[in-house]
Design a protein around this ligand. Sequence first.
Ligand code: GRF
Length: 220
Amino acid sequence: MSHGVVVLISGSGTNLQAVIDAIHQGRLPATIRLVVSNRDDAGGLARARAADIPCRVVPHQAFPDRASFESALIEVIRPHAPDTLVLAGFMRILSPLLVRTFADRLLNIHPSLLPKYRGLHTHRRALEAADTEHGCSIHFVTDELDGGPLVAQARVPVLENDTEESLSKRVLQREHQLLPEVLRWRAERRLVLTSNGVMMDNVALPSGGIVFDYEDSIHY
Ligand code: GRF
């Protein structure tokens, strides 16, 4: 049975598209069983439909509180029994309920070199801090916002005349390489989260995860 993935989105879905493309090009031995969005206007829904992937919209504003919203999410996701649940631009903060339900199978991609710049507006914050480098991180999700154990990071340089747009574009290009690669590690059963932390090929990963530098090809 192919490694089953469920992807949660809220927006344009370019990370979702990168995963779809990797599967279609034979670079990722997995199946996206479902795409769930909390917004019915998410561009990623059109990408999923174009790839004949089942989609569901669970609008957070239709629920009185976070717990009932997440219970609805869980009921939609659970029948698909994902081996990995990916937050790819999912813009809702998760409570312990959903995290506990999918505990060691929940990955998030975040556009900064965590633990720097948890939360929003990461590119603007990196520019305002005059950082010389920036990047993206993939981590297992725990109760702590953008705070779970790191799996991998990809660094990019911050250039002299970078704007928020040019920097975010450079980071996004690396996200599109990093996410399918990390999912391949999951599909090949090389990457697991245990009580002793993140294990890759039965070896504990360093706290910063696997780091790819500016020119590194994203392959491990
Ligand atoms: C990405 O930068 C991701 O890291 C962040 O939101 C953005 C999602 O982009 N969480 P997309 O919806 O995948 O295009």
